[in-house]
Design a protein around this ligand. Structure first.
Ligand code: C5P
Length: 233
């Protein structure tokens, strides 16, 4: 598969579980996401293991710090050869530019995206930290800022994808979690879309965790999703 749309979230604290899952999946049919938990446990070694197994990595560490630190952290992440990495848009314009520079300084040009507002936040939470207005206004303002700073895209809920697309352009990458194949449990995700609905809304990549990682046969679930996506027109 040329450019697989599914990014499997490796939300594990156990290396054996990662090895077992990857041996069941086919490289080229998905990418994988390494977050703070797995990376804090196993560090760059686990990235290397995953890449040696043939999978591309989205390093989801959501950097948010002073610009100079974020620049160096992004450069360091690129040196691991990851396919994609991310920062927090709330770090501000200068920090986003510094992140862009850090990627530019590395020989490996990883894709750089930003988180706008975490979907775990509600309107009360964002007012508490001093933001005003509706959640969607804040998401759109931050997504425009990320686009202006020439990052490659944002993480967003698939519900927001079509409105973000309108204030950015066709090349801007939208990565959406909160995806559930039809007939699968929602777990703790509240507003979910199916893989097909998410791509139809304008998402480019889908982060999917438990529906794949906790399935009896993860590869079969992945194949079913990929088949649904290929046949979606
Ligand atoms: O198991 P599930 O498919 O819900 O996993 C989704 C993954 O996407 C998890 O790694 C979760 O932390 C992440 N995520 C999310 N919602 C966001 C951002 C990231 O569920 N807004």
């Amino acid at each position: 598969m040329n450019d697989p749309k599914v990014i499997v979230a490796l939300d594990y604290d156990d290396r054996i579980a990662v090895e077992r899952l990857l041996s069941n999946l086919t490289p080229g049919e998905c990418r994988v996401k390494v977050g703070k938990e797995l990376f804090t446990h196993f560090g760059p070694d686990i990235i290397k293991y995953i890449q040696d197994s043939g999978f591309e990595v989205f390093l989801d560490l959501k950097f948010h710090d002073i610009p100079a630190t974020v620049r160096k952290a992004c450069k360091a992440a690129c040196s691991l050869g990851v396919w994609m990495l991310n920062v927090h848009a709330l770090g501000g314009r200068e920090m986003l530019h510094a992140a862009r520079e850090g990627v530019g300084e590395s020989n490996h040009k990883s894709k750089l995206i930003a988180v706008t507002i975490l979907t775990s936040s509600n309107v009360k939470d964002i007012h508490q930290i001093g933001l005003h207005g509706e959640l969607s206004e804040n998401v759109l303002r931050l997504a425009s800022m990320v686009h202006d700073a020439q990052l490659d895209g944002v993480v967003c809920s698939a519900q927001e994808a079509s409105i973000i697309r309108k204030v950015t352009n066709d090349e801007f990458i939208l990565v959406s979690p909160g995806i559930r194949p039809s007939g699968v449990q929602n777990n703790d995700q509240k507003r979910v879309l199916t893989p097909k609905e998410a791509l139809d809304n304008g998402a480019n990549y889908l982060v999917i965790g438990r529906p794949i990682t906790q399935a009896e046969n993860p590869n079969r679930v992945l194949q079913d999703i990929n088949r649904e996506l290929v046949n979606r027109i």
